[in-house]
Design a protein around this ligand. Structure first.
Ligand code: SAM
Length: 682
């Protein structure tokens, strides 16, 4: 083993990708070596068998899975994701056992891993091609992993392998910061790690993964019965584990290796004795409000095998979420803030989820949920410049040449030297998303105007009136284990513990361009001081908006009227949308039709808190009443990741959002309630 190389001094929170060097091993095989640490990622001869022996067998993983209960989550945490080989071996075993043991059908595997020097996708593709060849049972999994491998930016990247009930959280950054970010307080049942894979390079190459701060976090996140395994028997490892509650044991190492280490938290260690129990609190949930927040909450819970009744006083997407299309394009932040920037985190996750939905839609031959058009931001209303954009991985955000910008947009005279191009961004089709979500077998939609909610120790009851076919009202009562209020600005009416929010009216306009206009209008979504986008009407659009299938449309958004909850269509706001585009891009003057009264429009009310963060979590003094609301105009970017966090909090799993972020989103955060008292809303 060589000594550690000096690391580049990069500003905190910016990821340094791994430098992969290919070296010959003793048998002349090429093996990937970390340029940072000068150590091999795995042995060429038997890396996979070693991974199975050390981490899976010596943590008794297969035996422990046979004892899982229905819907129970088993959590593995790994130090050092590297090439993902341990993860792939675990996934393959999980898949195999799930086909053999029917009781695992609803159990869930949560694999949390940390990586400070992630391997760039191109290198990883090359490395894993080796394993796809040598272990064909991994080939399909490798393909899926590579297809969802995240952009290399700091923070938690949640990847879902939905058919396998498997969640992979890759926390990019220093492991000790990442473990410290894991929240164990906001959940109803405290989450714990069941198994640790300690797979740092040898302590002689890299002490950081064997530091006291790591063992302290392991202790915080473990409970009686938690085990750990590592190939290293170095003194620093043994002492660290013992000093933090683990009883250690040396066992025979893999192959010709003499020894390795296993460890367990024994009952007498007096650590975290309160083993969480799977309560019967999770059989049925009612979600109130069928906008984007409610729909995503519903799907996320249904995907965890919970029956969900989603209710709405009018209809799904009747409110602000029912625009013909929603632009999924983040407001960027300088990269050193990105790990705490909910909009970027949400953008990356929702893109991934919508692409999964696209696969489902393709199978059913129904319209795409996300049309990945790319977006060109002209940097007119932004606090980030091209220098800061350059810090981002190109796959997420980049600046393209003025010539290329002209080619993709069709603009001719606008100065496009400074721009932000988002290749993975695009247009969400709310109607298509709704259709795919409501098809889930665990979901029932019910029209219901909720009048009150009553919580007891045993259950929670929702009372309301439902419309009969003759339009008369009939009282209706639904009982559940949990209720989630996703009713935007009306959430406060349903429970006064949810703070009253700002209501911001936004009107979106669209028109059907002529064939000639189409050739001259922007060819992809543009962001300026407003935004515009061309799209084609799809099957289902007519259900919520007056849009004909197959007909081209051009949309412009959106007006912004604070403290206004009226949703009448206003011709002056169509005009504003028109003027904003021409002010920023005058060359469209002769292209954009001037008769805005003939345009179509839809007005919705965006709900925003005083500190701009949504409300996500359990209400004060409640055990069954939750909220996910106040997404502002960003619902399609924020709801998927917030719904994941909420489901994790309900079910006692580790969330993909840091403890600091969860505190910022708590519906009970003191700042919000103080502000609300001091500044009553109009
Ligand atoms: N488990 C990996 C696999 O299956 O390929 C191999 C892991 S490799 C032996 C150790 C990994 O730990 C490297 O990818 C390295 O970049 C990462 N690492 C080193 N120091 C770290 C730190 N302080 N925080 C997070 N990751 C770290």
């Amino acid at each position: 083993m060589s000594s550690p190389k000096t690391k580049n001094a990069k500003p905190l929170n910016i990821i340094t990708p791994a430098q992969i060097e290919w070296q010959d091993d003793d048998s002349g095989n090429k093996v990937p070596v970390s340029g940072e640490f000068g150590d091999v990622y795995f042995s060429h001869a038997d890396g996979l068998a070693e991974s199975r022996h050390v981490f899976l067998q010596h943590n008794q993983v297969p035996e422990r899975w046979t004892k899982l209960e229905a819907k129970q989550c088993f959590t593995i945490a790994e130090l050092g994701f590297g090439t993902g080989l341990n993860f792939l071996a675990t996934w393959q075993l999980w898949r195999e056992l799930r086909t053999q043991q029917p009781h695992l059908a609803t159990a869930r595997l949560h694999f949390i891993t940390t990586e400070k020097y992630p391997i760039p996708l191109s290198d990883l593709t090359q490395i894993l091609a080796l394993w796809a060849q040598r272990a064909p049972e991994l080939a399909e999994l490798i393909e899926q992993l590579l297809a969802s491998y995240p952009a290399l930016i700091t923070g938690c990247h949640r990847l879902q392998f939905i058919e396998d009930n498997l969640t992979l959280d890759i926390w990019l950054g220093d492991a000790s910061d990442s473990l410290a970010s894991l929240d164990s307080e906001s959940t109803i049942n405290r989450p714990y790690v069941d198994v640790w894979f300690l797979d740092g390079f040898a302590p002689s190459c890299n002490e950081t993964l064997w530091a006291d701060s790591i063992f302290t976090q392991m202790q915080r996140l473990s409970r009686t019965g938690t085990t750990a395994a590592t190939y290293s028997c170095a003194g620093i490892v043994k002492r660290g584990l013992q000093a933090h509650g683990f009883a250690i044991k040396k066992v025979k190492g893999f192959g010709r290796k003499r020894e390795m280490l296993t460890a367990i938290i024994n009952e007498d260690s007096q650590l975290n004795e309160n083993t969480p129990t799977l309560s019967n609190h999770h059989n049925h949930t009612i979600v109130i409000g069928a906008g984007v927040a409610g729909l995503l909450t519903t799907w996320t819970l249904a995907n965890r095998d919970i029956k969900v009744t989603i209710v709405d006083k009018a209809a799904p997407l009747a409110g602000a979420s029912g625009n013909p299309r929603a632009l999924l394009a983040p407001n960027m932040t300088p990269i050193h803030h990105v790990y705490e920037h909910l909009h970027s985190i949400g953008y990356l996750y929702s893109g991934r989820l919508y692409r999964y939905f696209n696969q489902q839609a393709a199978i059913q031959k129904s319209p795409l949920i996300l049309e990945q058009t790319g977006t060109l931001d002209l940097l007119i209303k932004t606090n980030i410049g091209t220098e800061q954009i350059a810090d981002y991985p190109n796959a997420m955000a980049t600046t393209i040449s003025a010539e290329e910008a002209r080619r993709v947009s069709g603009l001719k005279s606008k100065d496009l030297d400074d721009n932000l191009y988002l290749p993975q961004s695009g247009l969400v089709n709310p109607q298509a998303l709704k259709t795919i979500i409501l098809m889930h077998p665990n979901i029932t939609y019910q029209q219901l105007n909720v009048t009150s909610i009553q919580e007891t120790a045993e259950q929670i009851t929702v009372y309301g009136d439902k419309k009969n076919s003759n339009s008369s009202q009939k009282p209706m009562t639904i009982i559940a284990d949990n209720v989630v209020i996703c009713a935007a600005y009306e959430s406060h009416q349903l429970d006064k513990r949810i703070v009253e929010c700002r209501t911001i009216r936004g009107q979106l306009s669209w028109f059907t361009p002529t064939a000639e206009q189409i050739t001259k209008l922007p060819k992809l979504p543009l962001k300026y001081s407003g935004y515009c986008a061309p799209f084609i009407g799809q099957d289902g659009d007519a259900e919520i908006n007056n849009i004909v299938e197959g007909q081209p449309q051009f949309l412009l958004g959106a007006s912004f009227v604070d403290a206004d909850a009226n949703i009448d269509i206003r011709s002056e706001e169509n005009q504003q949308n028109h003027d904003k585009l021409l002010e920023d891009i005058p060359e469209l003057n002769n292209v954009l039709p001037g008769d805005t009264d003939a345009w179509q429009a839809r007005a919705g009310i965006r709900t925003q808190t005083m500190d701009y963060h949504p409300l996500v979590g359990l209400l004060a003094q409640s055990k069954r009443l939750w909220t996910l609301s106040a997404m502002g105009a960003k619902g399609y970017a924020l709801a998927p990741i917030c719904a994941e966090a909420l489901a994790d909090m309900m079910l006692g799993c580790f969330t993909p959002l840091s403890a600091v972020m969860l505190a910022r989103l708590s519906p009970n955060r003191a700042r919000l309630h103080k502000q609300a008292k001091a500044k009553p809303l109009k």
